[in-house]
Design a protein around this ligand. Structure first.
Ligand code: FES
Length: 102
């Protein structure tokens, strides 16, 4: 089994009962997945996996995602330029302070 070098978890606002509640999906977090997947291909980032996930409890700062194993929590990820910046940070090996939740 080959494990990814990086795993991006995009908040889809899912709750334990499978329903969605919270900010991220309302702000279009899951709509960014196709662009994110396309960018991974375009950039040749074969070692990066994407998953949607449940609420990560930073709703007021969403849309949010987490990059592992770096444990970078990003907020305000609302558009393609935001995704570009986050993928740049993975390629550069340094978090983007403009989106980083601290
Ligand atoms: S809905 Fe995304 S952090 Fe809560």
């Amino acid at each position: 089994m080959q494990k990814p070098e990086h795993h991006i978890f995009v908040c889809g606002s899912f709750r334990g009962n499978g329903g969605q509640r919270g900010a991220c999906h309302k702000k279009g977090s899951l709509n960014l997945l196709p662009y994110l997947e396309g960018e991974l291909i375009d950039r040749g980032l074969a070692g990066v996996q994407i998953s949607s996930c449940g609420c990560i409890n930073v709703c007021e700062r969403g849309p949010a995602l987490i990059v592992y194993p770096e444990n970078w929590w990003y907020g305000g990820v609302e558009g393609e330029s935001d995704i570009d910046a986050i993928l740049d940070s993975i390629e550069d090996g340094a978090p983007d302070a403009g989106y980083l939740l601290t």
